[in-house]
Write a protein that binds this ligand. Structure first.
Ligand code: UDP
Length: 371
């Protein structure tokens, strides 16, 4: 079977640091290839993932262009997607397209009418109601959690082949670590992820907290400073920059609560592995939660708010804790050492490994082809 996996034009695969969809693709593709699937990756030229063929419009990830006006951003997405459609038109060897590009992805591919398409829904499905409410019926979809699909418009839910949980290659790794004392929030710094809640709790409890993640694509405190100090910078009033400035930075004291910027590769894994617990004070219905899965895989108990996909991933009391309020979250944070790290790792190996994800996608590829 030959599958064209479309990762979009925003970041290289694997991503150099932060990257949601690109991480998913980097986890899935090797496991598919181990199972004999040939993979044509549509991404950007700087992608280094081992595949049978790479096609791209842009040499490098266009992530920083997301700050541009909406129509220009759409123009980038369209150019990428049109190239994929042209490729499909020119060749007849692709059995299925596994598409991960939001909004313009399915629209362009359905207009073309080539091989069957499975589109993975990565987002909160209430974000673009007009689009998701009128999803092209020829395209099969899957979600990344049941709770995400439960919030989908009726027509989309009816067309769905089900949910496939996100996975992490860390689930297959044998990690032995000396646990540190600090708690960790790993993720984009933004209101949805709720870093300020973790900061408030840790400051109150006197517990060390590390916040890791980019602020609107700025990867270091110095990069962010350039934006903050320059009122003419196009990101100056970006909601994530304002969030960091107005709600998070007041808790940063360089000692107890620290923001270390975005981390990637081995540095990221080490930062995770040595954490005492990973906090998820989410302020939205998190659709998939790669970071939760990664924490489990490294035996770091996740503690979060009971929203979105978290209750499907965390088994309260066994592999982590779920809370209904900030006060309750603080109480569970004090009890993280009751969770057995081995239980977290077992859960990740059993439910969130790349093999589990690949097997499930192969079933869905078959179902999408049969449709
Ligand atoms: N991540 C990273 N470095 C950072 C912050 C995040 O590599 O500094 C990774 C994180 O480990 C996870 C992904 O980015 O693999 C974020 O995925 P998640 O589903 O948690 O969040 P979202 O896709 O909503 O940003």
């Amino acid at each position: 079977m030959k599958v064209l996996v479309n990762a979009g034009p925003w970041l290289a695969v694997p991503p150099p640091g932060y990257g949601g969809i690109e991480n998913v693709v980097a986890t899935l593709v090797p496991a598919l290839r181990e199972r004999g699937v040939e993979v044509v990756l549509a991404s950007v030229g700087s992608s280094t993932l081992e595949v049978d063929e790479l096609i791209s419009v842009y040499d490098d990830g266009q992530f920083t262009e997301l700050q541009k006006p909406y129509n220009q951003v759409m123009g980038i997405a369209h150019a990428h997607q049109a190239r994929v459609a042209a490729e499909l038109r020119a060749r007849g060897d692709i059995d299925l397209v596994h598409d991960h590009v939001e909004v313009v992805g399915p629209a362009v591919l359905s207009a073309f009418g080539g091989p069957p398409v499975l589109h993975t829904l990565h987002w909160d499905l209430r974000k673009h109601p007009a689009f998701y409410g009128a999803f092209p019926p020829s395209i099969a979809v899957n979600g990344v959690s049941e709770s995400q699909l439960a919030r989908a418009p009726d027509a989309l839910r009816a067309a769905s082949l089900g949910a496939v949980y996100l996975a992490s290659p860390l689930a297959d790794r044998d990690v032995r670590v000396d646990r540190g004392e600090y708690l960790l929030v790993m993720g984009r710094i933004c209101g949805l992820k709720g870093q300020h809640v973790a900061a408030r709790i840790c400051q109150k409890l006197g517990l060390p907290l590390v916040l890791a993640g980019p602020v609107s694509g700025r990867n270091t405190p110095a990069e962010l400073d350039d934006v903050v100090q320059n009122p003419d910078h196009p990101l100056h009033s970006h909601p994530d920059v304002r969030y960091h400035l107005d709600q998070v930075s007041r808790y940063l004291d360089g000692d107890l609560v620290r923001w270390v910027g975005a981390v990637g590769g081995e540095a990221r894994d080490q930062l995770y592995a040595k954490a005492r617990a990973a906090l998820f004070p989410i302020q939205w219905d998190e659709p998939g939660g790669t970071a939760v899965v990664e924490a489990l895989a490294l035996g770091v108990p996740p503690v979060g708010l009971r929203r979105g996909c978290l209750p499907e991933i965390i088994d309260h009391g066994r592999t982590g804790f779920l809370a209904d309020s900030e006060e309750e979250l603080a109480e569970w944070v004090l009890r993280v050492d009751e969770i057995d790290p081995e239980e977290c790792r077992r859960e990740a190996r059993h439910r969130f490994s790349p093999s589990v994800m690949a097997e499930r996608y192969l079933e869905l590829y078959e179902a999408a082809t049969a449709r």
